[in-house]
Structures are given as structure tokens and as C-alpha cells.
Design a protein around this ligand. Structure first.
Ligand SMILES: [Zn+2]
Length: 358
């Protein structure tokens, strides 16, 4: 996530859901049989949505029985892992040395625990129960309302415009459901992004914690890239990249940089392919600018570039959401006439080639 997210008004409700989910596993850790009426009493009064789901479905009963077919010590380890992992957002500093216990759970018991939480998510949270409005819809609405309002329709992750983002944008599990069932209802794990960012070609099921520790990751509500990086157009010196020309890159803001900033940048970039996507955008943007400049007299270029550069400075100060465009304007202004002339020449060559081709 490039921009920092704020937790919506419904995040407390999600924390209550988390507590209820945890209670199920506490029950499973303590008891010897999956007695649903007793479990309902154990959950009361905060688990009313869950109780309705229990009543309705034989599936949940089946999944609970599958969980109870595992030894009690295994069920206790699930409860301990869930309880521990649900507090991940309070332990993100290096000194905490936090690692997710779910990563080391036995595969079979984890699978059984996951099918319970996933079932609740898909069948209870996302759908109407006994005519009640689903929590999912309300939560998604509050999330987008709180984070996509200034101006509307800019994805907090890639900063791209997507028409009617509140409707077509998606709620992403930052740490994927597949690997972190304890975080399925966690408000700090639910983010709003555009459908491109959430698609399988970009983030999809990627796990931010696969290669990095918690303090080496930008966690959208706690620490975001915008707080310690700036966007810049420069050549990528790291090698390995096919394209050696200038790219838009996230680089540490020298006044705010910490010793983990570089790792966090790499993590974010590999999750959302931001540098590649922004660089494509950059070439489109520069072409449009040059097309506009081409209409002016050549001796006006410099004045125009200065004017656009001032505009970029204003955008940097007031409109964080339009940063990719602002970075391009600054780059063009800083590169000055050299860049404009270079592109103009390339343009002419292309036009001549086209003419010859025809
Ligand atoms: Zn996006």
C-alpha cells in the first residue's frame, strides 16, 4: 500500500468477530466433544451472528467434528497460534521479534481450522443471515468511505484512477486467507485496493510475509510507504532488470529513512509491481505532455517546462494522490530541453518510418 489507510468505524465490529472466532478455538482447546448447543452458550452473548450460522448449517457441525477428531493438544496449539497471531498489529517492531505461529502449525489441523473460519467468512459474514444485513457489505463500505474520499476513485495502493472505486474496488486480505486463517476477520488485515492490484497478475495470493519479517513490511494501517519514501525517476542500478532506461522508483526519503526502508520498498514493489506499472504510466504521461508541448513554438518550451514544474511542486504539496503525474512533470522540467529535444527527434524518426512503411 503506498498511502496509509485509516481504520473505519466498523473496525471494532471486526475485532468482536475476531474474539468470537477465537472463542470457538478456545472451546475446542478445552472440551472433548463438539457439542454445538454448549458451544453456543460458551460464545454468548457476543457471537449472535455465529449462533445463527450454527443453527442453519450442517456444514459447520461437520467441520467442528473434523476439528475434534484431532488430539486435544493439537487443538490447543491452534488456539494458542490464533490468539498469538491476532495480536500481530501490536508487535511490529524488530524488538518484538514477532513470527506468525500459524506458519509452523501442523498442516492437517491448520486445514481443519481454516475450513471453519473460511466457512464463517463466506457463509455468515458475506451473506445475509435470517434477513440481517451482511457485515461484509457494511464493512467494505466503511473502509472505502474512510480511505478513498480525497478525491474519490484513486487506489491507495497503486495511486491509479479506477472509475467508481467504492463499487468496483476490492477488499484484500493483506496476509492471505489461505495462509493466515486467524487474520480473516482482522481489521488491520483488510484493505481496500483496485481490482487491478487485487488481480492474479498483480497481488493475487502473494504473501507479504513470505520473505520478510514483520518489521520489514509496510503494513497499510500502521506504516505506509508514503511515510518514508519518495517517488523518483532514475535508472535502476540494481541490474537484473531488462529495461535499463529511466524508471519510476520508490527511494528512501533521506530525512525519514530507517534501516529497514530498502527492504520494505522491495517488499511492497514485489507485491504490487509498482515500479513496472508506474514506469508504463510514465511513458504514456510524458508522451501526452510532449504532444501538448509540440504545439508550442520551440522558444516557448523552456517557459512551459518551468510552468509545469511549478505545477508539480504544488501537486506534491497538496495532492498526494496525483504523485505519478507530478514526478513526471518534475522529471521533464529537471531534464529540460535536452529531454524534450531527444523525444522530439525520436518522434520525427518514428513518423518518417511510418511514412516509408506506408
Ligand atoms: Zn491499485
Amino acid at each position: 500500500m503506498y498511502l496509509k489507510l485509516s481504520q473505519g468505524m466498523d473496525s471494532d465490529k471486526m475485532r468482536d468477530m475476531n474474539k468470537t472466532v477465537l472463542k470457538i478455538f478456545e472451546y475446542a482447546a478445552q472440551k472433548s466433544e463438539p457439542d454445538l448447543p454448549r458451544m453456543k452458550k460458551f460464545l454468548d452473548p457476543d457471537g449472535h451472528w455465529l449462533l445463527a450460522a450454527c443453527e442453519k448449517s450442517g456444514k459447520l457441525r461437520e467441520y467442528m467434528e473434523a476439528l475434534f477428531s484431532e488430539p486435544q493438544t493439537q487443538r490447543q496449539s491452534v488456539y494458542e497460534a490464533f490468539r498469538h497471531d491476532m495480536d500481530f498489529d501490536k508487535n511490529t517492531e524488530e524488538k518484538d521479534g514477532f513470527v506468525f505461529l500459524e506458519d509452523s502449525l501442523d498442516k492437517q489441523i491448520k486445514q481443519k481450522a481454516k475450513q471453519i473460519v473460511l466457512w464463517l467468512y463466506e457463509n455468515s459474514f458475506k451473506k445475509k443471515i435470517n434477513g440481517e444485513r451482511s457485515g461484509y457489505k457494511a464493512f467494505k463500505k466503511s473502509l472505502f468511505f474512510g480511505n478513498v474520499k480525497n478525491p474519490p476513485d484513486i487506489c491507495p495502493s497503486c495511486l491509479a484512477f479506477q472509475s467508481n472505486l467504492s463499487k468496483y474496488g476490492e477488499m484484500d486480505h493483506f496476509f492471505p486467507k489461505k495462509e493466515y486463517p486467524a487474520l480473516i476477520f482482522h481489521p488491520v488485515n483488510l484493505t481496500c485496493i483496485c481490482s487491478v492490484c487485487n488481480g492474479s497478475c498483480v497481488k493475487g495470493q502473494k504473501n507479504p510475509g513470505e520473505r520478510n519479517r514483520l518489521w520489514e513490511i509496510y503494513i497499510p494501517y500502521l506504516l505506509a510507504a508514503e511515510e518514508e519514501v519518495v517517488l523518483r525517476i532514475q535508472r535502476d542500478n540494481k541490474g537484473g532488470k531488462e529495461w535499463k532506461g529511466p524508471r519510476i522508483m520508490m527511494v528512501p526519503d533521506k530525512n525519514k529513512k530507517s534501516k529497514y526502508t530498502d527492504k520494505r520498498i522491495d517488499n511492497l514493489d514485489s507485491l504490487f509491481n509498482l515500479s513496472d506499472r508506474w514506469t508504463d504510466e510514465m511513458y504514456r504521461f510524458i508522451m501526452i505532455e510532449l504532444d501538448w508541448l509540440k504545439e508550442k513554438a520551440e522558444d516557448e518550451y523552456e517557459k512551459m517546462l518551468r510552468y509545469r514544474s511549478d505545477m508539480a511542486k504544488e501537486i506534491f504539496q497538496n495532492q498526494k494522490w496525483n504523485m505519478v503525474g507530478a514526478v513526471c512533470l518534475s522529471y521533464m522540467a529537471d531534464s529540460g530541453l535536452r529531454l524534450v529535444k531527444k523525444y522530439m527527434e525520436m518522434w520525427k524518426e518514428d513518423e518518417e518510418k511510418m511514412k516509408k512503411g506506408n
